[in-house]
Design a protein around this ligand. Structure first.
Ligand SMILES: Cc1ncc(COP(=O)(O)OP(=O)(O)O)c(N)n1
Ligand SMILES: Cc1ncsc1CCOP(=O)(O)O
Ligand SMILES: [Mg+2]
Length: 206
């Protein structure tokens, strides 16, 4: 289930009037998971957008995850949440969302954090950033070979994030990433649907 292209939205790249259209193009291009990530203020706007994305994702049978915000995930009946090390604790999210929810945990470059997340009932672990990221340039870097070690030591799906593009995705997929989480290379593209297809197709090579 956690396999292929994992699209993440970005409030700067996608203003409210462009968000649904851009996401629908990505869904048409075969995105396998969608994360709503919006750190701007405005609870009512965020709820409205999340509900809109939930309806779109349902049409394409794609799980919607919410970044950081458990209450929003519950309010829009999302499939789950993505949590970083400074966010809400995994145990609380699992207790509130239940056993079937998808809960992803950021592990940066740490196998120790990943083992802890696996032990604590995470659905996937995310490593990165693997490359320079336009969206989050200061995210801690991670070496590509971390994925090889993670692959041999963990049974959870591995998500790679950070500066992933059509030109470098093969480097993380060949090392064991089950999914690639992408913002800029997907949503800044002139043809989002085709870019989604191109990113997903890289998985066929491995
Ligand atoms: C799939 C995925 N991986 C990592 C992150 C980063 O989460 P976090 O470290 O909490 O940082 P923010 O996204 O909240 O800035 C993610 N969102 N998704
Ligand atoms: C949220 C996040 N966490 C680590 S890098 C990153 C941003 C990923 O966006 P992009 O694909 O544009 O580098
Ligand atoms: Mg976070």
């Amino acid at each position: 289930m956690i396999k292929g292209l994992y699209a993440i939205t970005d409030a700067c790249l996608l203003p409210p009037d462009q968000l649904p259209g851009a996401v629908e193009q990505a869904l048409r291009g075969g995105v396998r998971l969608l994360q709503y990530r919006d750190k701007e203020p405005g609870d009512a706007r965020r709820l409205e957008q999340a509900l809109h994305l939930k309806r779109l994702c349902d049409r394409y049978s794609v799980p919607l995850l919410i970044n950081d915000d458990l209450a929003l995930a519950k309010a829009c009946q999302a499939a789950g949440v993505h949590l970083g090390q400074g966010d809400l604790k995994l145990q609380q999210a699992r207790a509130e969302l239940g056993p079937d929810a998808l809960i992803g945990i950021t592990c940066h470059d740490s196998l120790e954090l990943a083992r802890e997340a696996q032990q604590g009932g995470a659905s996937y672990v995310a490593f990165g950033r693997f490359f320079h990221s336009h969206t989050k340039p200061d995210a801690p870097p991670a070496p590509l070979d971390l994925l090889l070690r993670a692959r041999s030591q963990l049974h959870l799906p591995l998500v790679a994030i950070g500066g992933i593009t059509v030109d470098n995705a093969a480097q993380v997929i060949s090392r064991g990433a089950d999914a690639i989480a992408v913002i800029h290379d997907l949503f800044s593209s002139r043809d989002i649907e085709q870019r989604a297809r191109d990113l997903n197709r890289i998985f066929d090579r491995f």
